[in-house]
Design a binder for this molecule. Sequence first.
Ligand SMILES: Nc1ncnc2c1ncn2[C@@H]1O[C@H](COP(=O)(O)OP(=O)(O)OP(=O)(O)O)[C@@H](O)[C@H]1O
Length: 458
Amino acid sequence: MEASYALPITTALIGVWLVWTVGRYVRADKGTRVSMRQAVRVRWGWVRLARMAGLTVTDKTPSLLTQITAQKDSPPPAPRILTPKIKVKPDQYGVIVQARTLPQVGLEEYQKSARFLADAWRCTRVSVLPNGPGRVEIRGVRSDPLTTPTTHRPTGFPPVDLTRWELGIDEYAAKVCVSLANVPGVTVAGVPGAGKTSTVNKFVCDFAPSPSVQIVTADGKVSRASEGDYADLVKRMFAFCGDDLDEANALFKRLVELRKRRSATIRDVLGVKNMWHVGPSPQWPLTVLIIDEAHTYFREYKGSDATTKLLAALTAENARLVEDLVKKGRSVGILVILISQKTTGDAIPTFIRDVCPIGLSFAQKTVEAAVAALGDDIRNWPDASPVTLQDPAYVGVAVMAMQGRPGYARIRTPYVSDADAARVAEATSHLTADPDLCLDDLLASPGRTTAPLPSLTK
Ligand SMILES: Nc1ncnc2c1ncn2[C@@H]1O[C@H](COP(=O)(O)OP(=O)(O)OP(=O)(O)O)[C@@H](O)[C@H]1O
């Protein structure tokens, strides 16, 4: 009776599984479909491949069951060959394999076999990383994510997490994010046409839909807001200035005043010393200063005539003001993004550049420029050097240095079209607010329970 039910139930279950798998396959994009087929091959071939790769272990001790059921005069059981258990997940770029370790088959053994696995699975690259006790994660990418251009279509919705800036994917197609909570300054370097503007477009598209982020820009490439890359984005900016050094000076001063007011009032208003402990809000927005063609504002002018002296004084002061923002702005919610083709000391003063914890560099022509953008250590990592990114296939690929971590990450940033960025800026322009006025409102709000503030001069 029971047996007569078992067959139809099993058939039904297999049927459901088949329909589900076929459905997933049909709905998947082209890359994922190839990876799904690859995943089947990886699963089916694993036992054999593991043996050939030396990723198995021989257990001479019979299993408990064999010991119990063994007859007295029966021959000793053959040693068992143990193969690590794996789970395979396909994605657009290849497969992610979760594997168990065995005695004498650990992280190091998997890492040594990476090249072999890559060839067997027809992957261009395989990485092995620890994934908790007794587990490793093997990532195999079929095509190189760095040379596969990607596009980002902005959703127009505010990001779930305002501390995460998603830059793109690394050479193993893993997401690369930067925590804005710990970053007062970011430098972005790279030869013209390498993808710097697209990166800024993405930043604006990602964060503009949030009223807790306000943006201000100084673009040294243009004289007016209606020109250049920011002509449309300016709708979502509470201030903008072009290449006029006086104007830029006034803008930086205004922001330093904001920084000082925020520093003086943060404990009273937010009840914390660091804005990131409570996160940005529409009343206390994260204020992002984008300085494009940054060298325009910091260039050293040499000469003894009156005009040159005036310009020299202005650029020197600009440097001091921006230094203030980068050094003291993080805890009060100010972030500075400095963009320049080269980030050598003459373009961005080293006392500013060296306090920016994140350095991004798109393609560079010389090792000196790469060193300026990413630090001297890049000489020790020639494979990651942005000098190797000059091929057109690498447009949109940046190298990132992160403080407190050895080595560099290579990141494929997605392309964000000017039209998409303009659309988002237009749709979110009503969210633009001057953080200074937000602070005024906050200080004047009757709901504040704390003692009166020290009077602040603007
Ligand atoms: N992430 C990307 N992926 C693919 N293609 C890209 C990417 N970013 C930019 N491009 C291509 O390169 C072109 C130039 O990019 P972009 O304007 O961002 O360069 P740039 O570094 O800002 O140059 P410039 O210094 O002249 O402003 C774009 O029009 C686009 O075709």
